[in-house]
Write a protein of this length. Structure first.
Length: 173
């Protein structure tokens, strides 16, 4: 889940980088703003940093789209194997393996992208980015999946995951 949220934040950052130093395109086209925060402005990226993020986004987009396509196809094949008229355990196991490999590739690509973004940011920008990401996570968190405010572990109800206490908090006895 952390990787997904981090990836969403990084993708938002790269999407904002495409808008350019003048801001999002809606400002020039008379369209209403889309109410998304201007991360580039909040992070204070230099023109050189914005260009690096743009280049990264251009380079990674086709690779990421291909990996996402492979993952979707692997999932589709797995579903077909599971719900076939005659279930073949060996085929299901092979489809599971293919799906795992496709998912692992996505995770690797996202992590490498995040590492590259991290290298572009200064330490101060990274600290601001982490703070902004935490605010985004808190604002968009699913209440059913949030840990209790006192840091205690939730009761393990069916369908609900346990979460470790937030950083800096101790578990309540």
């Amino acid at each position: 889940m952390f990787l997904s949220l981090m990836a969403a934040a990084v993708f938002a950052l790269t999407a904002f980088a495409q808008d350019g130093p003048g801001g999002p395109p809606y400002q020039d086209q008379g369209k209403a703003p889309d109410n998304r925060p201007n991360l580039l402005r909040q992070l204070g990226l230099s023109r050189e940093q914005m260009e690096q993020v743009r280049r990264l986004n251009v380079e990674r987009r086709p690779v990421m789209e291909a990996a996402q396509r492979r993952f979707r196809e692997a999932n589709r094949s797995l579903d077909q194997a599971i719900y076939a008229d005659q279930v073949n355990e060996a085929e299901v196991q092979e489809r599971i393996r293919e799906t795992q490999l496709a998912q692992a590739e996505l995770i690797k690509l996202r992590a490498m992208n995040e590492i590259t973004i991290r290298r572009i940011l200064t330490p101060d920008q990274l600290a601001r980015f982490i703070t902004l990401r935490q605010r985004f996570d808190a604002a968009n968190a699913n209440p059913a999946r949030r840990p209790p405010p006192d840091g205690a572990m939730p009761v393990n109800n069916p369908g609900q995951r346990n979460f470790p206490p937030a950083r800096g908090r101790q578990r309540q006895p």
